[in-house]
Write a protein that binds this ligand. Structure first.
Ligand code: PHE
Length: 349
């Protein structure tokens, strides 16, 4: 009977030992760790305590071996508990923690778009000489885009603006000039404004054309305004934009809403007229950059400003086209491909 007892005792110790291994493999918090401690070591009902109590049922010869098994199990329990406790106390790595050994994360910062940069440069120049900035709708009526600007219906001059119509009366504005009308309807002279904004024309994209591009309009209306003011202001503006040495020329031209009208060319920045095959100026040495003129008296009548009392001048310049020229960009489409390697190359002087 005693030998059977010893065997039973041994299998009990083995079962507890297996229980200990299973239990300690589970994740623990401080509460479940305490329960595990009590399960084995509680002074009243702990499994180890009970085993020690059962020792007395064994024969004196059996006791030393059995005592050793209990003691080594107890030691094992204590070691496991200490290890689990240490694990629980160790600082946990949270997601927010920075691992300085990881390779850096490359961030792709954006950059101001070259067209926007150039527009800001233009705005700054005009703001510094007393102009203010206005804007108007991109979807316009036929009246503002054409009629009020002295283009009668079906007049062939309309053909110069390849228009995207929405219906018979609505269209995408082909130039920023309709905002001249909108401003003059509301404000009385003196007026000194620029109007930067998007315009739209029915164009197939190629290196120098896009169906959407940017213009900046200028308008000055006051008593005693002459062509000399137009010339002087535009020369001042272009010299600040391109440097004092830039050569400028005025060529007679025609716009229904200005009389007389002039187109303004600047000397080719790429070849200075020396390269007959220059891709920027086509060998002419000049680049047309804006249209301008004295506000036509009929336009003043359309907005109830007395042309006998007031006079004015206006201009319209392509922003992206001029930026291409200033930054030496060969293809207008680059502006809107959104390739950061392109966009990030530009800064203002
Ligand atoms: N609106 C004209 C264009 O788009 C430019 C212009 C503006 C000409 C103002 C004269 C005066 O070509």
């Amino acid at each position: 009977m005693p030998s059977l007892n010893l065997e039973t005792f041994k299998s009990k110790v083995d079962a507890y030992q297996k229980k200990l291994v299973d239990e300690s493999a589970r994740p623990h918090d401080s509460k479940s760790l305490e329960e595990l401690r009590n399960l084995f070591l509680s002074r009243k009902r702990g499994l180890i305590t009970l085993l020690f109590e059962e020792l007395k049922d064994l024969s004196p010869e059996e006791k030393p071996a059995a005592g050793q098994w209990i003691n080594s199990l107890k030691l094992e329990v204590q070691e496991k508990l200490a290890a689990l406790e240490a694990k629980l106390k160790a600082p946990q790595r949270t997601k927010k923690e920075i691992d300085l050994t990881l390779p850096g994360e490359r961030r792709y910062w954006g950059a101001p778009h070259p067209v926007r940069l150039f527009q800001q440069e233009i705005e700054n120049i005009f703001l510094s000489i007393g102009f203010s900035i206005e804007d108007g709708p991109e979807i316009e009526t036929d009246y503002y885009n054409f009629e009020a600007l002295n283009f009668p219906p079906h007049h062939p001059a309309r053909d110069d603006w390849d228009t995207l119509y929405i219906n018979d009366t609505l269209l995408l504005r082909t130039h920023t000039s309709p905002v001249q009308i909108r401003v003059m309807e509301k404000k009385k002279p003196p007026i000194r404004i620029i109007i930067p904004g998007k315009v739209f024309r029915r164009e197939t994209p190629d290196p120098t054309h896009l169906p959407m591009f940017f213009q900046v309009e200028g308008l000055v209306v006051d008593e005693g305004v002459t062509f000399a003011h137009l010339k002087g202001t535009l020369e001042y503006f272009l010299k600040r934009l391109f440097g004092d040495k830039i050569k400028i020329r005025f060529r007679p031209s025609f716009f229904p809403f200005t009389e007389p009208s002039a187109e303004v060319d600047i000397e080719c920045l790429a070849c200075g007229g020396k390269d007959a095959a220059c891709r920027l100026c086509g060998g002419t040495g000049w680049k047309e950059i804006l249209g301008s003129g004295m506000v036509d008296p009929q336009v003043f009548k359309n907005v109830n400003i007395d042309p006998e009392k007031y006079s004015g001048w206006a201009f319209g310049m392509g922003i992206d086209r001029t930026a291409m020229f200033a930054f030496d960009i060969p293809d207008m489409r680059f502006f809107f491909e959104n390739d950061l390697r392109f966009i990030r190359q530009f800064t203002l002087k």
